[in-house]
Design a binder for this molecule. Sequence first.
Ligand code: G6P
Length: 608
Amino acid sequence: MCGIVSYSGRSNALEVILKGLQKLEYRGYDSVGISLISGSEIITNKHVGSVSEFSSQISENSLQNFKSSCGIGHTRWATHGKVDLTNTHPHFSNNKKIAVVHNGIIENYLELKTHLEKLGFSFYSETDTEVIPNLVQSFVDTGMNLIEAFKETLKMLKGSFAIAMVTSIEPKKIFIAKCKSPLVIGKNKGEFYVASDANALLEFCNNFLFMEDETYAILEYGKQPKLFNFRGNSVKVNFKKLKLTAKQVSNKNYDDYMLKEINEQPEVIKNIISEYLSDSGFKSEFLNLNKKDFKRIIILACGSSYNAGLLGKYWIEKFAQIPTNVEIASEFKLRNPVLKKSDLIIAISQSGETADTISAVEYAKSKKCKIVAICNTPESTLDRMSNQTIFLNAGHEVGVAATKTFLAQVAILFLIAINLAHNKFKKFKIEEYLSEFTKISDKIHETLSFTSQIESLSQKYAHFKNFFFLGRGLAYPLAIEGALKLKEISYIHAEGLPVGEMKHGSIALIDELFPSVVLAFKNFYFDKTLSNALEIKARNGKVILFTDEQISFDSKFIDDFLTLPQVKFDMEPFVFIVILQLFAYYVAKKLGRNVDKPRNLAKSVTVE
Ligand code: G6P
């Protein structure tokens, strides 16, 4: 899993590749490496850490003085082999003439390694990637030209891969291939740019060719691109102009992107309103569905997007009375689920590149289901494969932990639910919900004003090693999301549970060192939730209560509580999520974590 960039042109390849890699760091930031070609030399530099660290070091090292207009680069999220320099891409053939970067997993690499070892090849890294340049060399050694050798190599690889290769044998050419992992070619005045996504290249070009699966290409500055399928047949080269523009973001005025993005949430709601709503209700482009088109909805997603989907299920079933399942995308196709043409798929993915979600959607497409995507990234893989995409319009999210994009997903799902309900039931009071929705931005603003209280609360609890997050109804998916936020940025163990389930086992874990964050909505079984909180207190557990009920609690009963702004019944998640994000953020800050780039994670996980 990783991001790859390649370039063949007339400018400084180092600059182009570094800029591209910076944009691809959402795919991994364990380590970074670049190989540049000049004459018959390949110069490589690698670094364990982020692209910006690598860039700032580069002025002191050999790459900087090395003029090249052809090369490859890679930003890694480790799959095979630990995070160290040896496993950092590019990887080389034994004769050092072939360098390769790779995104994906070569599933049969052990078999290929054994085959190559029998031919006398040695391996220096623990990666699956290293078999690729060596396979190419093994074919070249038999007298094949590079194109043939590349094609023969591709035929032997099983799994998912996007590859870019440069060689000192044909120093001006880049060789690229795609099978399941995304790869896009950009073109501008005879120059060629390659990357894992188009956004990485927007600064340089706006003509793109999204490679199809099982195709490969040979690109060279000033020459016609050559594109083939894996059988070796020529494929039509069709570049299209995209309207996307490069956007620069900075975390000016904030310590981190995450805090900035949490604070952008009132704006996110305003953007959604201006994009999809008019004075008379929904704009026609919001959801192009004929209600007879489907009988059941299946939501597919991973991570925070899955948690947003759980909120969507609640609203769609309650308001529109349409049976809705939410499926963890990585599990979905494994059980050969029963899908009918009349099932509508809602695929949720901020990045539109999550391999598990894409693979689940592919399965649904093979069953002829209609796909509606909820996504933040135009021209992403998910966007291109769906019948309709409802964009989040949340702006670029840099922090790895989803905050403003989670809120935007939740908002879109809420709007879908009331839109479907309105189409189905004449009596559904959509105006009431829409009018309340227009006030949500202000309510989030109000919630953000609790920042100093939540900061001191978080500091009080940051030393605990375990947390429960508990709620019922709509508060249950929020509890899972609250726990996920805390886990991913603070590295504290946290579990989100339906509060009613505590007594069926998990309450056994409760003692004075295991606090619970309880979410209690005034209008939804408040008394029952409070009773559950007291059951925890009765066992010496600490309770932090977030509620919108205007009552005070004695500290004998509840250790800490915050009373949040009230909103219309069923719209509570819009304010409660903000407080959970702030809680996780300040706990992580107290512990000195890098909240924007937590360890071991990537913003978009592009391997299954
Ligand atoms: C990764 C990220 C999560 C995200 C999940 C799904 O695991 O770290 O924050 O929720 O992927 O990403 P997607 O782009 O599909 O929404």
